[in-house]
Design a protein around this ligand. Structure first.
Ligand SMILES: Cc1ncc(COP(=O)(O)O)c(C=O)c1O
Length: 495
């Protein structure tokens, strides 16, 4: 069935609403029975409506019954909106998409090329699948300590550096980055396809790409074969909901959708949340039907915010001027990145002051930057207020020349992969003091959070340089994500 012309419909949302309020006898899960069994505090918080449409899987007329079911139609509509051959709704975030694609494209012992600062969930996917990563370094800005995208040349080199049994089967890249920098996806697709391999782009931060002429194109349109979009991050679906798209790009199909479907069946709970799924259906509708108009307003408000912030002494806006530098082919205007080094304060300090002084919560702070994320609809009044709050905070806090805030960027660290992520994660581990771990093989993945980019992966050797970096990061206020000891006094290494 072609869903053409049906974008204003949200079939899954409509089906759960039609079912949820009709007074059916509920002799099935969940135990709250559409509300009465729920704690009164929860009922008050969520409202009776949310509980009434919290339905289980396999309800006739929603996700079973004559095909296409409302659930199938909802995924078809999402595929149409994103220009995909097939789309899967994800109820465990973009994380689930990375796990599924690792299982589908990087089976036991298969080599894949992976961007070194890929999200931790991709490496976790390789732990599940047993695939072997060959890492390709992103370009990075030494001065700002900011990793960008992988360049086509770097990708070509990584693909060329293994032959025979070591030949890569797929490429996994990230675009945009946490800072909104977009890689040359078209160039990378050309390189990957010339080598006969599929290109996967983790576009978790770009679910809105392609839905307004002033935004970068979606990676599928640039030639990627599979793309993950974290719908909840920007587009307004509920937290934890995301999508995985497989393309029907140029040339022969490079991804077997049946293998992806098989991986999805393995990873999917048998009780996916109907609230999350309905929110994906609704977010797709809003994006496809009204996205351009909504984004138009938000982009205009964002431009006014930038103009205000550009007048604040000590702040430098990071964005369009990066385009054209290595690893940066485009830029997401929904990301507001402030370089705060000239204030003499770190991004952590500025973010703390914004939180304490104005209850302004930012997405990410690093030594050099503060990163703010705008959503598909960001009320102008909020942005006007934000401009004033940042202005006053920086004026109050600035101590120019006091010190330069620099921590060596994670992308600049040298990494040695000694064994596969799977062998290291599942191997016999022992806990040792961090200083005694130098030269040993890590069994864990440790990422400074934010930005969540792993500094150490299972299978990599622990180095003195890495320990110095992670200690500097924790001292500066970052949390260590994934570390068995969040204080970083001990670490799990292979026995
Ligand atoms: C590049 C990238 N991929 C995947 C993820 C995981 O997304 P989710 O939280 O939707 O599972 C993130 C999370 O921040 C990310 O930054």
């Amino acid at each position: 069935m072609s869903p053409a012309g049906e974008q204003p419909i949200a079939p899954y949302l409509d089906a759960v609403v039609a079912h949820g309020f009709r007074g059916s006898g509920r002799f099935h899960v969940p135990g709250h029975k559409g509300g009465p069994g729920a704690d009164p505090g929860l009922r008050h918080a969520l409202g009776d409506g949310a509980l009434a449409i919290d339905l289980p899987q396999d309800m006739r007329g929603i996700d079973t019954g004559p095909s296409p079911t409302p659930y199938e139609r909802a995924e078809l509509l999402a595929a149409e909106a994103y220009g995909a051959e097939r789309t899967w709704f994800l109820t465990n975030g973009a994380t689930q998409g990375n796990h599924a694609l690792a299982l589908a494209l990087a089976p036991l012992g298969a080599r894949v090329v992976v961007q070194r600062n890929a999200h931790a969930s991709l490496v976790d996917g390789l732990v599940l699948s047993g695939g072997l990563p060959r890492f390709v370094a992103p370009a990075y800005d030494d001065e700002l300590g900011m990793a960008h995208g992988v360049t086509p040349d770097a990708l070509r080199h990584a693909l060329d550096s293994g032959g025979g049994r070591d030949r890569a089967r797929a490429v996994f890249l990230v675009s945009p980055t946490y800072y909104g920098m977009v890689a040359d996806v078209a160039g990378c697709a050309e390189v990957a396809h010339a080598a006969g391999v599929a290109l996967v782009v983790d576009q978790a931060w770009g679910p809105h790409f392609g839905f307004h002429p002033d935004l970068p194109a979606g990676a599928l349109q640039e030639g990627a074969d599979a793309v993950i979009t974290s719908t909840h991050k920007i587009v307004g679906s509920l937290t934890q909901s995301a999508m995985l798209h497989v393309g029907n790009g140029v040339g022969p199909p490079r991804i077997d959708a049946d293998r992806v479907a098989r991986a999805m069946r393995l990873l999917r709970t048998t009780s996916p949340s109907s609230l999350l799924l309905a929110s994906l259906d609704a977010a797709r509708r809003q994006l496809a039907v009204h996205g351009e108009a909504l984004l138009h307003e938000t982009l205009a408000a964002g431009r006014r915010l930038r103009a205000k912030l550009a007048t604040v002494e000590g702040l430098q806006l990071v964005g369009p001027e990066q385009v054209g530098r290595p690893g940066v082919a485009g830029w997401d205007p929904l990301r507001v990145v402030l370089d705060v080094r000239a204030t003499g304060r770190s991004g952590y300090e500025v973010a703390d002051a914004l939180r304490h002084g104005y209850d302004v919560q930012v997405e990410l702070a690093t030594h050099a930057t503060v990163v703010l994320v705008l959503g598909i609809t960001q009320p102008e009044a909020d942005l006007v207020r934000l401009g004033g709050d940042v202005d006053e905070t920086v004026k109050r806090l600035s101590a120019p020349g006091e010190r330069e805030a620099v921590v060596r960027p994670v992308a600049a660290l040298r990494h040695e992969v000694a064994v596969s992520p799977r062998d290291a994660f599942l191997g016999e581990a022992e806990v040792v003091a961090v200083d005694e771990a130098v030269g040993r093989i890590s069994c864990e993945s440790i990422a400074g959070y934010p930005p969540g980019i792993p500094a150490l992966l299972p299978g990599e050797r622990v180095t003195t340089e890495l320990i110095v970096y992670l200690r500097a990061l924790t001292a500066a206020g970052a949390r260590l994500h994934g570390a068995s000891d969040p204080e970083f006094r001990t670490v799990n290494v292979l026995r």
